[in-house]
Design a protein around this ligand. Structure first.
Ligand SMILES: O=C([C@H](O)CO)[C@H](O)[C@H](O)COP(=O)(O)O
Length: 426
């Protein structure tokens, strides 16, 4: 059987979803999924509209049903779905009644294994109960924590006879691996729908499914992966991923067009004293960012020579909540330096303060080892425990904006695309 490619329309607005579905079909996808966010935003009319716009195509409604299976399957079926997705972890009573309803209304059922305790055992049970397709799925929030559906796939494929679908952050490389593992349906959401060229993205997935290559899975360290993700996304995207938090206040770049990413070495110092900030250069490791709090905006605790000696240690940049001097030298050196103020006068090396204690910088709490990211917009602090998740979420936000830029390029305005009137808080 040819491997099916299904595009998951996880958007909020039906008009955008229809347009994206058209472009995805041009790129070669087979099935169209009306995603859960779209169903929650637009209701059953989203399924009706997709059915009407795309006669002859298989339409799946991702209802994620967990209760009242019979009613929800009936609703989706009557709205035009061919396949209805229910949660595999639902109570057996819900699965049984969904199956009866599916038979009554002539639709198929796909069961989603997301968050199921023993997915392989449950997949076997679901098949026995009359489910037509099994979906090995890692949800979007789970993906941001590093979960991957591929690890479970082989065991499920080996355990059941019904076709197996896979979903959860599938891209070109993953789709090849999935086909090689024996899946029958590849479900792709964001990597098609949020692309700035939907049909090209769909085509790429299509060819990787039809001619799967043997990708070498490169195993990066977690730190390297975080670093790579944070380097390739902007501080606005990171702040959005943190629910608009994390941005330092009143801290601006002294050197334009630089990018700074690294782990914090923190410095607490006091008015008129520059000893600890400079000693921190010896303590910092290559790639670290020195983050300094100095209570004075009128006496510099950092300057050109300190900046220059950072180069010998491979330090990624410096943030000073306080004053800095030697702006011309700093600009020539080109190391990313962010500060609250510039002044001509410095203090003395007295030695008060501390290195690597928890500090406040730009009104943000900073602990040693937190990730610090700076660019032309300013500086954000990413708590170390959530660094991977935030880096992944930032990248997703960046992807979503790519598609929005593409739609604005076609002549629409942002408020129109995002339906701002509809989504104003009531
Ligand atoms: O089912 C999905 C998710 O739970 C949101 O409703 C997605 O459609 C599915 O994960 C595919 O989307 P991507 O993970 O973005 O590929």
């Amino acid at each position: 059987m040819k491997t099916i490619v299904q595009v998951a329309l996880d958007l909020l607005e039906i008009d955008r979803a229809v347009q994206i579905a058209k472009e995805a079909l041009e790129g070669g996808v087979d099935w169209i999924e009306v995603g859960t966010p779209l169903i929650k935003s637009e209701g059953m009319s989203a399924i009706r509209r997709i059915r009407k716009e795309f006669p002859g195509y298989t339409v799946l409604a991702d209802m994620k049903t967990i209760d009242t299976g019979s009613i929800e399957v009936e609703m989706a079926a009557k709205s035009g779905a061919d396949i209805v997705m229910i949660l595999g972890g639902s109570d057996n009573s819900t699965i049984d009644d969904s199956v009866r309803s599916a038979h009554q209304y002539g639709v198929k059922l796909m069961a989603d294994l997301m968050s199921v305790n023993d997915p392989v055992e449950r997949a076997i049970q679901l098949e026995k109960m009359g489910i037509d397709y099994i979906n090995v799925h890692v949800g979007i929030d789970q993906q941001m924590q590093g979960y991957d559906p591929i690890y479970l796939l082989k065991d499920v494929v080996d355990a059941v006879n019904v076709p197996v679908a896979v979903a959860g952050g599938i891209d070109e490389q993953r789709s090849s691996e999935i086909v090689n593992t024996g899946a029958d349906i590849v479900i792709v959401g964001g990597n098609i729908t949020r692309s700035d060229n939907v049909s090209r993205a769909a085509k790429t997935i299509r060819s990787s499914v039809d001619s799967p290559s043997k990708f070498q899975v490169s195993k990066q360290s977690l730190d390297d992966e975080i670093y790579e993700l944070l380097t390739s996304t902007s501080t606005p995207n990171i702040s959005d991923a943190m629910h608009r938090k994390g941005a330092m206040r009143k801290i601006i770049p002294l050197v334009q067009d630089t990018k700074m990413v690294g782990k914090a070495v923190t410095v607490q110092t006091f008015e008129g004293d520059w000893a600890k900030p400079v000693q921190a250069i010896d303590i910092a490791k290559p790639g670290d960012v020195i983050v300094i709090y100095n209570s004075s905006k009128d006496i510099a605790c950092w300057g050109g020579l300190a900046t220059f000696s950072c180069l010998n240690k491979g330090i990624a940049g410096v943030v000073v909540d306080g004053a800095v001097r030697d702006v011309d030298d700093i600009t020539n050196i080109g190391l990313p330096i962010f500060a609250g103020n510039t002044v001509p006068n410095a203090g003395d090396p007295k030695g008060f303060g501390e290195i690597n204690s928890e500090i406040t910088c730009g009104s943000q709490n900073v602990r040693p080892g937190d990730y610090i990211v700076g660019d032309n917009n300013g500086v954000v602090v990413v708590p170390k425990e959530r660094a991977y998740e935030i880096a992944r979420r930032s990248k997703e936000i960046e992807k979503g904006e790519q598609r929005l830029y593409d739609e604005v390029k076609r002549g629409r305005t942002l408020s129109d695309i995002a339906q701002l009137n509809k989504w104003e808080k009531q």
